[in-house]
Design a protein. Sequence first.
Length: 156
Amino acid sequence: MTETVTTATETVTETPPTLTALTTYLLSRVGKSARGRTAARLAGRDLRMWHMAVLAALADFGPHAQRELAERLTIDPSDMTKVLDDLTALGHVERTRDPRDRRRLTVALSPAGAAELARLTDDALAVQDELLAPLTGRERERLHALLGKVFRSLDG
């Protein structure tokens, strides 16, 4: 957000125009605001973005080996253990030993986890609506399509 300060002789904009002329700067600032707002909503449920990411991956791709889930989401395996401990304690995921390899844990979304993901998605969509309020529906669709194109071109 840009604040404007008016002095007796000039208007001073807090964000330098050199930066606001950079699309990457704008993406970074908007992304930071979106992430902060979403994180605040999730914190109201005692959850973080990684919790939502795990629930979404399990809902979208089905049960995963714990290590493969960490790789898919690029979460350090020890951090994944903590996230899964949290979600297991809440009844949102179920971890079972693979009968073919007892060292391997398989993680699956529980019905309670699917319901929680629906609530978290509603929260994220509410943040999205707040953040994109200045845009028309058509502009939102265009922005989404363009960002999707950039996202799909990213490495890894």
